[in-house]
Design a protein around this ligand. Structure first.
Ligand code: AP5
Length: 222
């Protein structure tokens, strides 16, 4: 389904492995919003060996959050680009209350506000299983899961034939830390956005990506 334009300033909220990236692919296709993933932007900076990437890598390897001022600067620049002026889909940002406050201030300065926060809610034991099985295509970025959504040929992307790789931070120890960091620093955003009346939840536990998307699509169509 293609949806006609309306200003949608959307945040996808959820623990590591909740399916934010998976749902983002579908939202982008239907709603035409630019997908702004801070995790992807930081991984690109690491791969390119920039100064910011070298700084971020130290935090990402352990599953800690990259300092607020670094990530806020990256998002501020990205939101000023022309394609983000008519709406956006933020994935992985904000992750702390100060990040959320800074985002509100940035948008208010332009007469805008967050319109939808979609919380993807998945039980913790399922998150661990998903992250252990996640693979992504080095060529086109398509996501797979060796347990839940395997490619037709092991290790090879169905779409472009690229090689499937595993993320450096999807090892057991880092995953445990990422989940703890989410509970401590990011979960408080649920209260923050509930108070502002913009948060709705999609339940993702034990559901296929398309079943989760049916809920997400309904939320974003309001
Ligand atoms: P980031 O890249 O944002 O990672 P994350 O939040 O940990 O989220 P993930 O990408 O791991 O999971 P996802 O929810 O997108 O799930 P996915 O769709 O891939 O951040 C990485 C790091 O960067 C952070 O740890 C931090 O250091 C830093 N960072 C980023 N943003 C920051 C910020 N704002 N501030 C500070 N630091 C920041 O799905 C996972 C797997 O499950 C896949 O294999 C998928 O195929 C499968 N799957 C998806 N949906 C389903 C389903 N319904 N059923 C079964 N399997 C499913």
């Amino acid at each position: 389904m293609k949806v006609t334009p309306a200003q949608r300033n959307v945040i996808l909220l959820g623990a590591p492995g909740a399916g934010k990236g998976t749902q983002a692919e579908r939202i982008v296709a239907d709603f035409g919003l630019p997908h702004i993933s801070t995790g992807e932007m930081l991984r690109a900076a690491v791969a390119n060996g920039t100064e910011m990437g070298r700084e971020a890598q130290k935090y990402m390897e352990s599953g800690a959050l990259v300092p607020d001022e670094v990530v806020i600067g990256v998002v501020r620049e990205r939101l000023a680009e022309p394609d983000a002026l008519a709406g956006f889909l933020l994935d992985g940002f904000p992750r702390t209350i100060p990040q959320a406050e800074q985002l509100d201030a940035m948008l208010a300065g332009a007469g805008r506000a967050v319109t939808h926060v979609v919380l993807i809610d998945v039980p913790a034991d399922e998150l661990v299983q998903r992250l252990a099985g996640r693979r992504s295509c080095a060529g086109c970025g398509k996501l797979y899961n060796v347990t839940f959504d395997p490619p037709k040929t092991e290790g090879v992307c169905d779409v472009c034939g690229g090689q499937l790789t595993q993320r450096a931070d999807d090892n057991e120890e880092t995953v445990r830390n990422r989940l703890a960091v989410y509970e401590e620093q990011t979960a408080p955003l649920i209260g923050y956005y509930t108070e502002r009346g913009v948060l709705e939840s999609a339940f993702g536990g034990g559901k296929l990506p398309d079943e989760v998307y049916a809920q997400v699509e309904r939320i974003l169509s309001d």
